[in-house]
Design a protein around this ligand. Sequence first.
Ligand SMILES: Cc1cc2nc3c(=O)[nH]c(=O)nc-3n(C[C@H](O)[C@H](O)[C@H](O)COP(=O)(O)OP(=O)(O)OC[C@H]3O[C@@H](n4cnc5c(N)ncnc54)[C@H](O)[C@@H]3O)c2cc1C
Length: 423
Amino acid sequence: MIDNQESTLSVETIRIELEQWLDENWCPDRSLLEWRNILVDGGWAATEWPVEYYGRGYNREQTALVFEIFREKGAVGAASIGPRRLASETILAMGNDEQKRRYLRPILTGEHAWCQLFSEPGSGSDLAGLSTKAEFIDGRWILNGQKVWNTSAHHADYGILVARTDWDKPKHQGISYFLIDMRQPGVEVRPLKQMNGHASFNEVFMTNAVIPAEDLVGGEGNGWAVATTTLSYERRGAAPSLSAKSSTKSPQKGQVYDEYRSELEVANEPYTWYPQRQGRPDLVMSRARQTGAIADSVVRQEMAKLFCMSKGAMLASQSAESKRKSGSNEIVPAGSIGKLAASVIARQAAHVHTMITGCDAMLSGPDSAEEGMIAEVLISVPAISIAGGTDEIQRNIISERVLGMPKEQRSDTGPFRDIKRNT
Ligand SMILES: Cc1cc2nc3c(=O)[nH]c(=O)nc-3n(C[C@H](O)[C@H](O)[C@H](O)COP(=O)(O)OP(=O)(O)OC[C@H]3O[C@@H](n4cnc5c(N)ncnc54)[C@H](O)[C@@H]3O)c2cc1C
């Protein structure tokens, strides 16, 4: 949570002020960048952020109202797609003033896209086992190593990255957190193709890549605490974006809309299959009716199970949100419960789609069920149990931090260089 003095303005006051501001400033004939700079200067790009960093200290309800007014007006908001939010939330929470001044504004204006460089071939769940090396030489950090599964790295200008800076400390203590320029000769991005035909991920190789000393976040050896902050935001993925959403429906005309549509086309490309990895429970009722499967009582039973799970998860997420508002600090476990629930729901949805569609669910292409969407659901659902921490890892977190069960036994204490690890 952003350490922030919350605004006490009423909904009516916010509406009057914002509507007047939009009447005076919104004009679709500007360039997107020009508009976003006006938006940031006006303090309407990220109203939940602190006043000293482009925000207004609004709470979730006040921010939701801002989204609504932007939508009503058809005005374009700040850039919000992809891991920008992970980067900005982490920089806001753990970065120094200079880092906040340098990096937050171009995230909001859309000038900089970001990616997350955490996972490595030998360390995913066991992120603290990472072995990308950062050495401080002649006043700057020199990086060597490999990252993998890095969503949107092929579009990114900057990355949030964890690397090992001390091999003689226990593994969690020898890690540091960096902001890395992706557009430099020492960084090579290689796209990976998935079984669902999309290519969201990359391998990223660093060979003597350079990071200036001032792009270390949270101090040397403190990277685990900073990475945990990023992960807690990632697992709370359902929280609303800080950026104002706006409609991109044609036929809205004007330079801002044209440039915004182009921005979305590129930025959304790695995420077009993300709704499918959630199992598309929204398609279940219409598919059951359309195919006649709704007449089958066993199918209906499984559909009911799915809808109860979805409703239960929604209520649990609302309860976690109200705890958060009342000042509770349970971010990580609440995120883990929600994330695990999303996996269970996606699997149940895939199961129900299989019951409804039968063998045809294996077919793709225009003549197949929902033009191949059901097949895409079935091969995309496994991803939700892996991304952002696997189901087993969420269960470990819940058992230790929510249920108070004994911790996993460890065989990885002592200096990192002496620990047995995947290479
Ligand atoms: C859609 C998607 C997007 C992603 N985007 C990014 C990204 O942008 N940036 C990035 O850095 N990474 C990204 N990842 C990678 C993701 O974070 C890792 O895949 C994940 O952390 C798991 O690591 P792994 O693949 O190495 O599996 P492993 O850690 O090797 O796990 C293999 C199996 O062992 C189980 N396991 C491991 N440890 C334990 C344990 N202690 N107890 C019980 N079971 C255990 C796991 O649950 C899993 O079933 C993405 C992954 C996906 C699917």
